[in-house]
Structure formats: C-alpha cells, structure tokens
Design a binder for this molecule. Structure first.
Ligand code: SAM
Length: 228
C-alpha cells in the first residue's frame, strides 16, 4: 500500500491520466495508480542508477512494462513528446530542487500539464516559481505522517493568471484560508524555530539587522495567521 503522502498525491491525479513521475525512486506511485486502473500510461523518471533499477524491478514485478516506461534521465528530460503526458508529479524533494527541475526542463512541457508537487521544505520558493511562470495554484493539501508534515501543491496554467501576495506564497493561498490542526501545528513549530534563531542572532557579536528584520516580518505574519 502507498504511504498516506503518496496516496494523497494520487488523489489529485485525474482519471485516465498520462503521468510522468519525476524522481520516482521505486516507482511506487505510478505502479499503485496503474494497478488501481486510475491512469492509462506512465513514465517513471530517475536520475540515479540505484533508484532507477529499483523502479525497473518494481514495474517488472507487477507486469506493467507495457504501461510504465522507466527512464534514466535528469528531471523533465524523462518526458518525450510521444508520451503525451498530461500530469506531472514531483514528490519527496526540497522545494528548491523541484523548482530547479521545473526551471531546467521547461522545454519538455507543453504548459497544458497539471503539476502535482510535494516539496518537503521550501514551499514558498516553489510557489514563487509557479506564479512567475504563469501557473495558478488550483489546490493544496497539508498532511501529517510519521511525525512529519507535508504539503502538496497542485498547479495548472489557466487563461487568467492569479498572482499571490508574499503572505500567500509563504503559507499557501488555500492552506491559510482553511486553517486546520496540522497547519497550526506546522506554523507553531515554524514560529518557535524563528524565535530561537532570532535570539541566537541577537546574542551574536556580528550585526544581523537585515536577517532579523526579515524574521520579525515572518514572525508577525505567523502570529497573525495562527492567532486569527
Ligand atoms: N518521489 C518519491 C517519493 O515521493 O516517495 C521518491 C522521493 S526520493 C526522496 C527523491 C528521488 O528523486 C530520489 O530517488 C532521487 O534520486 C531523485 N531525484 C533527485 N533529483 C532528480 C532529478 N533531477 N531528476 C530525476 N530524479 C531526481
């Protein structure tokens, strides 16, 4: 069975999708969705030899070699035009790496794909990239599994671009409006972390006025959001 995290990612994959799962590791996500008959075709992309071989084994073991193509490739280079991919998942990495994969692989996208992204950290920088490249965030999810909190961001290019404020980039435009207990837990943690860092900076001999000002802004925003 899939982890709760990947199961929730799978919930955003449209029925009959042609999926590219980038950084697929064991190809658990495409294999599970194919066994559920939710998707019609998938590419599992991996840049590292070991995980690439794990993905190949997993696909073979489930007798899905005709429906899931495993490719050893860097980022979106795993996608070929003939694949007719309409959905891309990039999960379980930092937001900065996901951003870099999107930035470097833009020419492998048509712009009509749904992107389903699950950054482990660095959500704001990823949202920022999406908005700068005319994607609109159409859904978000926050979940907890094994004491870790994960966010899922779903984006598409729509006729009208919806820009985000700095606050929405930080918290997530949907997550900050449907505040749930996991969201509160995450931002209480983030608040305490920032308070600690601020204290350390204040005690150090060097001047950190810019960093402290930035922390103060974020601390104020977090207090506003969690206390509202
Ligand atoms: N997506 C799976 C998940 O969410 O459970 C696996 C996550 S695993 C922590 C991250 C995987 O991404 C690793 O197997 C790593 O080799 C792969 N990866 C990292 N950078 C990549 C890139 N530029 N292109 C393709 N795969 C990449």
């Amino acid at each position: 069975a899939l982890s709760l995290r990947l199961e929730q990612v799978g919930n955003f994959v449209p029925d009959h999708a042609r999926l590219a799962d980038i950084g697929s590791d064991h190809a658990y996500l495409p294999v599970a969705l194919m066994l559920q008959k939710k998707i019609q075709y998938a590419v599992a992309g991996e840049v590292v030899q070991g995980p690439y071989e794990s993905a190949c084994k997993q696909v073979k073991k489930n007798k899905l070699t005709d429906k899931i193509t495993v490719r050893l490739a860097n980022g979106l280079k795993a996608i070929e035009e003939s694949d007719q991919i309409d959905t891309v998942t990039i999960c379980g990495m930092g937001g900065t790496l996901i951003r870099q994969i999107l930035e470097e692989g833009q020419n492998h996208l048509t712009g009509r794909e749904r992107l389903i992204l699950q950054p482990n950290v660095g959500e704001a920088t990823l949202r920022d990239w999406l908005i700068q490249h005319d994607y609109t965030i159409i859904a978000e999810e926050i979940l907890e599994e094994n004491q870790k909190i994960y966010e899922i961001i779903v984006a598409e290019k729509l006729a009208q671009v919806v820009k985000l404020t700095a606050k929405e980039l930080m918290f997530g435009p949907y997550l900050m409006r449907e505040i749930n207990p996991i969201f509160l837990k995450k931002w209480h943690r983030e608040l305490n972390q920032r308070l600690k860092v601020k204290e350390q900076l204040a005690q150090s001999k060097n001047a950190h006025s810019e960093k402290i000002a930035e922390l103060n802004q974020q601390i104020a925003w977090i207090k506003e959001v969690v206390e509202s």
